[in-house]
Design a protein around this ligand. Structure first.
Ligand SMILES: *[C@@H]1O[C@H](CO)[C@@H](O)[C@H](O)[C@H]1NC(C)=O
Ligand SMILES: *[C@@H]1O[C@H](CO)[C@@H](O)[C@H](O)[C@H]1NC(C)=O
Length: 586
């Protein structure tokens, strides 16, 4: 459809483009690093004739309108609340302007590229097949094969790239270029907690009861019963199971294991005996049932543990294969998030709730790349999806927290996608009666995304109470996170047939997703729209959350922030209360 539009425009436009030479040789820098990103080193140079696929993110003509639509359908007081957009409506808003298409096509024609390899249905992402030599000429770049020291991953990247001056207003991002992240180099936000396994041995699961005090064992070992009691979902029976779905985005060749799920429910959710989930493979993602992943099992066991019998989908998105120079196979762009997001956005029906447990420091991601990925989450929200992300497991920042902008000063290190204003970011708690912030709970303020208005009152209240604490270490005008929180320590997870204790905000995000999927079930079974983008709703209704008022998230050699009454950058608005959300939204 749009593919043919592209070609027609390409031919039409090229006939009247005149001073080609001058027009396209005027390269100015689009993004550049001061040095090779930390943890990566140049291994070799690729052959000049090495084919590669370049993905161009074209400027979306009516993106501001998309964001306006997103807020209107997500703002509970708005007349359009719940009137989510169809795929076609989103496509109309994100399609590039014809001037953008013709400028980009002229440039491609100038470089001898007459047809793209593929385009998205709206035409805002265009993938072209080029050789390394061509890409270097087009982008004023120098590609190298870079190796990640810890994971051994190798990728084809450049430390800087440029575009003709005229195209800066037409192309938002080109990939792969300066974004070095791969799913293996990035953190999955969980860790094993063997020290808690002694407690686990004695866990005898109890019947969950809504509005009851959870058993003391929940202070050190978390099971679905603990969460269903704590967050008041225990008595709810889902009804909309033919339409309502929960999606878990998985990466890293992490496979969710069916036998482990069966063992898990036989111990911790006996009424779910026989439950399973669908695995959807994206971009060559696998489904090796002999290789269970801790993250994948944690996610799927807890989303199902809470949302059963809501159907769950596990998305296994292919990782970055080692880069092997080869003159016939183009190296896949293998961009984390983009592969999955482009796949999801192409579906006409999507799950109403998603959870993802990956993230990395904002400063390691080029600004243009971050903006493009965050825009895709806005599109997903406009389509009616609630998107949960874990806030990270390093408090206000792990490691030495030095900036990579040449100043080399200590700054708190916000994480992305946690910092994207269009996702709902989940921090961690521990203990019961009361719950307190868990010390690793990621939280802070973006240096890239400005504070969205939905959190103005909440965040200003916090900043006023904070005074000068941590002044200069974080950006007071940035998007602040997390938005909400849930338990994040001592989760009992079955991996390879054995129960093991797992912690991290990786556990918190699927927990909140499970609760939200049940609220979506309640809405849908009452003939209402799903919740969609949650943040405008939840900041307007903080009382539907259990405020967490103690604990802190140290990091970067500081005490970090402290949880307090109201929103805070450790636990957000607090942990969800299903019964309150239900009565609010009934
Ligand atoms: C587990 O239970 C046994 C026997 O009831 C008891 O002796 C032991 O102290 C308990 N361990 C923990 C960690 O609670
Ligand atoms: C602070 O955040 C804003 C966005 O809200 C950004 O424009 C600005 O560059 C950031 N400042 C620093 C020092 O990172």
């Amino acid at each position: 459809m749009y593919w043919s539009t592209f070609v027609v425009l390409a031919l039409g436009a090229s006939s009247f483009s005149k001073p080609l030479q001058k027009r396209w040789d005027d390269l100015t820098t689009k993004h550049s690093w001061l040095e090779v990103p930390e943890g990566w080193e140049l291994q070799s140079l690729p052959p000049a004739d090495q084919p590669m696929l370049l993905r161009l993110g074209l400027k979306q003509d009516k993106f501001d309108e998309l964001v306006r639509n997103l807020y209107e359908v997500s703002e509970p007081s708005h007349a359009r609340y719940g009137q989510h957009l169809s795929k076609e409506e989103v496509d109309t808003l994100v399609a590039p302007h014809p001037d953008t298409v013709s400028a980009v096509n002229d440039w491609l024609m100038y470089h001898g590229i007459s047809e793209p390899e593929s385009t998205t249905s709206a035409g805002e992402w265009v993938t072209i097949r080029v050789t390394v030599e061509q890409a270097e000429k087009m982008l004023g770049a120098k590609y190298g094969v870079y190796r990640h020291d810890k994971s051994g991953d190798t990728v084809l990247r450049t430390v800087s790239y440029s575009l003709p001056k005229e195209l800066h207003s037409h192309i938002d991002v080109v990939a792969p270029t300066t974004y070095f992240g791969t799913m293996k180099s990035m953190k999955a936000t969980h860790f094993l907690q063997p020290e808690l396994d002694v407690h686990a041995k004695n866990v005898s699961d109890v019947e969950p009861i809504a509005n009851a005090v959870p058993p003391a064992s929940c202070a050190t070992t978390i099971t679905p019963s603990c969460l269903r009691t704590l967050y008041n979902t225990a008595n709810y029976v889902p009804k909309a199971t033919s339409t309502n779905k929960l999606g878990v985005a998985g990466y890293l060749d992490e496979f969710a294991n069916r036998a482990d799920l069966a063992t898990f429910v036989s111990r911790f959710r006996t009424d779910a005996a026989g439950v399973t989930f669908t695995t959807t493979r994206v971009n060559g993602g696998g489904d090796d049932q002999t290789d269970p992943g801790v993250e994948a099992n944690l996610d799927i066991q807890y989303t199902i543990g809470i949302s059963f019998p809501t159907p769950n989908i596990y998305y296994s998105t292919g990782g970055s294969p080692p880069f092997i120079p080869d003159s016939t196979t183009p190296t896949n762009t293998n961009e984390p998030y983009l592969d999955w997001l482009n796949f999801i956005m192409a579906q006409s029906t999507i799950p109403q709730t998603f959870t993802t447990s990956y993230g990395e420091n904002e400063q390691t991601i080029p600004a243009d790349y971050m903006a493009s990925v965050c825009n895709l989450f806005a599109q997903l929200g406009a389509r009616g999806a609630s998107i949960m992300f874990s806030s990270g497991d390093s408090g206000v920042g792990g490691g030495n927290c030095r900036t990579n902008d040449g100043r080399n000063v200590v700054q708190f290190q916000p994480a992305f996608p946690a910092s994207c204003p269009f996702v709902t970011t989940v921090g961690g708690t521990t203990r019961v009666n009361p719950e307190v912030a868990v010390s690793f709970s990621g939280g802070g303020f973006s240096n890239h995304f400005a504070r969205p208005s939905y959190q103005n009152t909440a965040v200003t209240g916090f900043l006023n109470a904070l005074g000068n604490t941590n002044a200069g270490l974080f950006n007071t005008t940035g998007r602040a996170y997390p938005d909400v929180a849930a338990q994040g320590s001592g989760f009992q997870v079955v991996v390879g047939g054995r129960v093991t204790s797992v912690g991290g905000t990786s556990a918190s995000s699927p927990t909140v997703a499970g609760v939200i999927a049940l609220v979506n079930d309640f809405r849908i079974s009452n003939g209402k729209a799903p919740l969609g983008f949650l943040n405008p709703l939840i900041y307007a209704n903080p009382s539907a959350f259990n405020d967490i008022v103690s604990g802190s998230n140290p990091g970067c050699g500081t005490n970090g922030f402290t949880a307090r009454t109201g929103w805070d950058p450790v636990t957000g608005l607090g942990t969800p209360d299903f019964l309150k959300l239900q009565s609010l939204l009934g």
